[in-house]
Write a protein that binds this ligand. Sequence first.
Ligand SMILES: Cc1cc2nc3c(=O)[nH]c(=O)nc-3n(C[C@H](O)[C@H](O)[C@H](O)COP(=O)(O)OP(=O)(O)OC[C@H]3O[C@@H](n4cnc5c(N)ncnc54)[C@H](O)[C@@H]3O)c2cc1C
Length: 450
Amino acid sequence: MPAVLSLGRRPRCQYPADASLSGWCGILPAAPRLPSLEGNQQADIVIVGAGFAGLAAAKRLQDQDPGLRVVVLEAQGLAWAASGRNSGFVIDLPHELNSDNYTGGAQQDLDQVSDNRLAIEFMAAAVDQFGLQPHFARAGKYHGATNGAGLKALHDFATHLDALNEPYNKLSKTELAELIGTEYYDGGIFTPGAVQIQPAGYIRGLGQALNAAPNTTVYEHSPVVAIETQPEGALVRTEEGSITAGRVILANNGHIESFGVAKGCLLHLFTYASLTRELSTDELAQLGPADSWGLIPASPMGTTLRKLDCGRMLVRNQWTYNPDLRSSDQQLARYARQHDHCFARRYPALANVEMEYRWSGAVTLSLNGSPVFGEVAEKIFAAAGCQGLGTTKSTLMGMLIADKLLGNSSDALMRLEKLPPPSRMPPRLLNAIGVPAYLKWVHWRAGKDL
Ligand SMILES: Cc1cc2nc3c(=O)[nH]c(=O)nc-3n(C[C@H](O)[C@H](O)[C@H](O)COP(=O)(O)OP(=O)(O)OC[C@H]3O[C@@H](n4cnc5c(N)ncnc54)[C@H](O)[C@@H]3O)c2cc1C
């Protein structure tokens, strides 16, 4: 556990600053902004970050102990960061971004599926409670392969699902083409348990609904700049205000390093997405008969596609190493061209359809796949380090860190607490050479999946 003062030594931490407007936020109707924190306040628990982890923690605390005074401090607008700018797959089955295959003992996988489904049902309950149904669809997901290696990976995946007794449909090239309107893929698999969300709609709706509850307040545009531990808890400072709180939950993903926690243990990547303009009825008909569907690639570095029921297509691919948690306009422009190219290769008849929105977003990994979870200094807790699958995993972490604070125990919490801490990364200079080289290689290996 790091020295308590390491959280408060830095007068200013590095603010998150996601520059581009994501398509998900762009297509939502405008909503009134929640206030920023001003002046001094008291709370039982302060949560830093209003993403999947922070809002799940706030909801769990509110559900279990409505008398607790909970304040959520979000540096940007609700849904402006990764939680509102991802591809929106909420995945139940084991799927590790940093592994090539579906491995691990059967029991470990069964536990993971059961934990992921806990998070999904928690989200579903929030959706029902707060009227967020338009942003949440139990639609399942396709996996698509474009080459022999991808087909083999899907075959191994299917064998693995058989062992876990999980349902799936194998799809031939022709069957998949009929469903998604392109013969680009050599075959695929459909698994029914994944949910597809409008991530910005879900996060914004959840944050606003929690803020409307009597004892929970969500402040937007209130970046936490310092946390000082005190005998009775902690003093959490923003630019304009401060909160004296009994306990603090750091749910700020990769930015947790700015507070000196898990320093040198997190890998900061960015990935990129584009969203088309609204398509005409004729154009939409070329994307398969269903109003909406989502496909993830057999290769972890391949292209994700979603057809949205609002009549647009989403394309996401490419990963870059951005240790300072900022991606550049040049990177966005470079990968925007790639998105056009990837979309045109899959749908040549729609090659001239313009992308209305382009954006990038941060993802935090660790070398051993462990998050930063638990008490990291006295009265300071963490639920951070999303591993790229945070719609599910960060929701779960948020729920379970709240349980830990409330003194609730469960198998899921025990499993999370048993994980080793994130392992140390190689020195930054080595990473600066090694990570981009590795990414180049894995992108190359993705072949046509990209
Ligand atoms: C383009 C893209 C596609 C993706 N697709 C998927 C997908 O399909 N499925 C999936 O599971 N995952 C996906 N991801 C990853 C997913 O978005 C993340 O895993 C998830 O958002 C992590 O949630 P979180 O709450 O842990 O962190 P975040 O979403 O990063 O939220 C942390 C919050 O903390 C705030 N914060 C940081 N520092 C401070 C501070 N000092 N003070 C106050 N607030 C602070 C940030 O502004 C942010 O709102 C994708 C990511 C991207 C970028």
